[in-house]
Design a protein around this ligand. Structure first.
Ligand SMILES: NC(=O)c1ccc[n+]([C@@H]2O[C@H](COP(=O)([O-])OP(=O)(O)OC[C@H]3O[C@@H](n4cnc5c(N)ncnc54)[C@H](OP(=O)(O)O)[C@@H]3O)[C@@H](O)[C@H]2O)c1
Length: 278
């Protein structure tokens, strides 16, 4: 296939206007002196396959895929990396030289990077409770179990969805006031607390769980301090938002497209700057 010149990349989502990914990848390209164009594409679910097919025809290098397309994208690629196959989620598509598509999820390395760098925690032996049962929760449960967490509990308003997650990836369902739910770390993986989300002023982590938490990671990154993070900090708990995860998953995508990537600090710096600009 003939590649677009300069190289063409982007992120497909719906909505997508507030994505920080174009700014993050532009900063990485500058740091490496690499030339490419990275666009945000607003694509409705019914048009996802056509959009990806169009990018192949245009000679794009690859594309990020975000809400609500991550699961659908997994069915549209020719090959899945093991993490994407296990989590049934694709956030990175690489268009190979022969036009075939490889799907990956860099959310897995993203969440592990944040636990290590933001909170200074070793995952091995950690008791974790993940709140939520959507795509980000799936990546988180998989990542933590693969990295050797001692236990991963799943707390979600939809208990059947939590049970399905536990059945397919491991971990166990946690229900309200579950005394067994000790949590060295609580990972908030719902869209509650997110600006523009279903409940921006709320928190999906109940007080009884926060009472027994050793640290909190909220995967939401907009706003930078969510109601949950405020509550965690009031209790003196180590707490972080989803910005480092966002930066680390962007670096994982970049590496898949170009074989190498600038240091994580370039991506984190760009993510912070883009988030501050709103
Ligand atoms: N930092 C990063 O790099 C990164 C990466 C991925 C995602 N995220 C963030 O993680 C969050 C979830 O993303 P996702 O891709 O997992 O979305 P998703 O697949 O749509 O899942 C959303 C989850 O939130 C739950 N939820 C929604 N409204 C709720 C409410 N009012 N009360 C309780 N639970 C509620 C859903 O429960 P039901 O199943 O019952 O609807 C579901 O479990 C988003 O805020 C996203 O920005 C961050």
């Amino acid at each position: 296939m003939r590649r677009a010149d300069p190289e063409l990349l982007g992120v497909i989502g719906h909505p997508i206007a507030h994505s920080l990914s174009p700014a993050i990848h532009a900063a990485a390209a500058r740091a490496e002196g690499r030339r490419f164009a990275y666009h945000a594409f607003d694509v409705e679910p019914a048009a996802l396959a056509a959009a990806i097919g169009g990018l192949v025809v245009l000679g794009a290098r690859g594309v990020n895929v975000t809400v609500p397309h991550k699961v659908a994208a997994a069915a549209l690629v020719d090959r899945l990396e093991p993490e994407a196959r296990a989590t049934r989620s694709v956030n990175t598509i690489t268009i190979e030289d022969d036009g075939t598509l490889t799907g990956a999820t860099s959310d897995v390395e993203g969440v592990l990077t944040s636990v290590r760098d933001d909170l200074g925690l070793e995952v091995g032996g950690l008791r974790v409770v993940v709140v939520g049962a959507g795509g980000a929760a799936r990546a988180t449960v998989y990542a933590l179990l693969q990295a050797g967490a001692a236990s991963v509990g799943i707390l979600a308003r939809d208990v059947a969805r939590a049970a399905e997650l536990a059945r397919s990836l491991g971990g166990s369902v946690v229900t309200a006031h579950d005394d067994g739910a000790a949590a060295d770390l609580v990972v908030q993986a719902t869209s509650v607390g997110m600006a523009g989300g279903p409940d921006p002023a709320g928190s999906a982590v109940p007080d009884w769980l926060l009472d027994r938490a050793g640290a909190v990671l909220d995967l939401v990154y907009r706003p930078s301090v969510t109601p949950l993070l405020e509550a965690a900090r009031r209790r003196g708990l180590p707490a972080a938002n989803g910005l480092t995860m966002l930066a680390a998953q962007a670096r994982g995508s970049y590496r898949r497209w170009f074989g190498d990537a600038p240091s994580l600090s370039v991506f984190v710096g760009a993510a912070r700057e883009a988030a501050a600009e709103g």
